[in-house]
Design a protein. Structure first.
Length: 149
C-alpha cells in the first residue's frame, strides 16, 4: 500500500500541473439563506460581512473529454465536451468549502490559459465510480469542472 501511495505521489509531482484552488471563508454569524444555503449577509447590526478568499496550490492531473472519445466517463450525461476532469492527491480537502474556483498554472506560477473553472454537480452514480480507495486509504479525488461564467 505504501508503495502505491508513493508511486501516485511521484506521478503527481512529475506529471502533474499546479492548480490554484480558491474558496470563500465567511465570518462567524453570517446569515445563511434557508432555501439556497448560501451566505447572504450579517446577522445583526447592519454591518456588511464579506468573505475572505483563501487559496492553496495543489498538483493535479487534468483531463479534457474529447468529442467521440470512447471513454467510460462519457457514459455519464453530466460529463460534456468542454468540461474538465481533475485528479487531486489525497491531501487536497474540498469538503465544506464554499465558492470554490480553480485556475491552472504553468511552471512559473502564471495562469496557464486564464480560464477560471468551478465545480460541476455530479450524480451520486458518477461520484461512486470516481477515485480510488485501497485498504481504507483514499489515493486521489476526482472533480468535474466547468468553465466559470
Amino acid at each position: 500500500m505504501a508503495r502505491i501511495v508513493e508511486e501516485f505521489g511521484a506521478t503527481m509531482a512529475g506529471a502533474g500541473t499546479d492548480v490554484q484552488i480558491s474558496w470563500q471563508v465567511w465570518p462567524a454569524g453570517t446569515t445563511v439563506d434557508a432555501v439556497t444555503q448560501s451566505n447572504i449577509g450579517p446577522t445583526g447590526g447592519g454591518v456588511a460581512q464579506l468573505p475572505t478568499i483563501q487559496t492553496q496550490i495543489a498538483r493535479a492531473l487534468i483531463h479534457f473529454p474529447e468529442p467521440g472519445a470512447n471513454s467510460s466517463v462519457r457514459q455519464f450525461n453530466e460529463v460534456e465536451i468542454g468540461d474538465c476532469i481533475v485528479d487531486f492527491g489525497q491531501d487536497v480537502k474540498l469538503e465544506g468549502k464554499t465558492g470554490l474556483s480553480f485556475l491552472f498554472l504553468d511552471r512559473q506560477g502564471n495562469p496557464l490559459d486564464g480560464q477560471v473553472w468551478v465545480p460541476k454537480p455530479t450524480s451520486e452514480r458518477l461520484a461512486r465510480t470516481w477515485g480510488a480507495i485501497v485498504q481504507g486509504v483514499k489515493l486521489w479525488r476526482r472533480v468535474l469542472l466547468r468553465k466559470a461564467t
